[in-house]
Design a binder for this molecule. Structure first.
Ligand SMILES: [Zn+2]
Ligand SMILES: [Zn+2]
Length: 233
């Protein structure tokens, strides 16, 4: 598999995730399809989608450009492209997520506890008190760069142990993107309680409504270990 094919598939997965985010956002904002599953009863401002759109599109262009350049130069070093044995994908995906999510927890917590960073960078994402799905990428451009560094750390840690299977990378990318969309949906998540250690939408939604606590994205363990769990009462 050539570098260009890896880039095309990776950006295709990212594009597909954002089409889902767009459709999901329109359904949440402009229809009653999901109304009974909403976590907060605050109404959305009528023009919120179009207020958010320019920065969302700028960030999508930025993420795509950085992904293109990084994969163009690093794919040969990072990936092996054979068809994997059945256990390799769950193992490698979990490994990358554990490193990535630990980074996300501490970086996100720092963005709150350092008031300069909160005021200058992270406040943009927290304009979404009642988030809608596409607001996962409504962030200061520096914030998605800080977040993406977790992916880089996860990939570098894994490649020091074994070659990274490119299919594991694609699966990781798809899950990471869709999970980010889902935790910004403001809708209760019926399946998360059946998946051990998965952080449900409820936790990140509460983080948006209170602007503190529940700093992790993928796993619910970091906030428990470091005492930053936020509960509704
Ligand atoms: Zn958020
Ligand atoms: Zn935050």
């Amino acid at each position: 598999m050539s570098n260009i094919t890896i880039i095309e598939i990776t950006l295709g997965i990212f594009f597909f995730g954002n089409i889902i985010a767009l459709i999901y956002s329109c359904l949440v904002l402009y229809t009653d399809v999901f109304k009974k599953f909403r976590l907060q009863d605050k109404p959305y401002k009528p023009d919120v989608f179009f207020q958010r759109l320019p920065l969302i599109l700028l960030n999508l262009a930025g993420v795509s450009a950085v992904t293109f350049v990084s994969l163009y130069y690093l794919s040969d070093f990072l990936f092996e492209t054979s068809f994997p044995s059945w256990w390799l994908i769950p193992f490698q995906v979990s490994f990358i997520f554990i490193i990535d999510d630990a980074w996300f927890y501490f970086a996100h917590r720092l963005l709150h506890e350092n008031k300069f960073l909160l005021r200058k960078i992270h406040y943009i994402h927290h304009q979404a008190i009642t988030p809608f799905p596409w607001e996962y990428i409504y962030v200061h451009p520096l914030e998605w760069m800080i977040g993406s560094f977790g992916t880089v750390l996860g990939l570098l840690a894994l490649v020091m142990i074994m070659p990274i299977n490119v299919y594991a990378f694609f699966v990781y990318g798809a899950i990471r993107n869709l999970h980010e969309v889902e935790i910004h949906s403001d809708l209760c998540s019926p399946i998360s309680k059946y998946i051990p250690f998965l952080n449900p939408t409820e936790n990140h939604d509460l983080h948006h409504s209170k602007v503190k606590g529940n700093y992790a994205s993928m796993f619910n363990v970091w906030d428990k270990i470091f005492g930053t769990v936020l509960t509704k009462d």
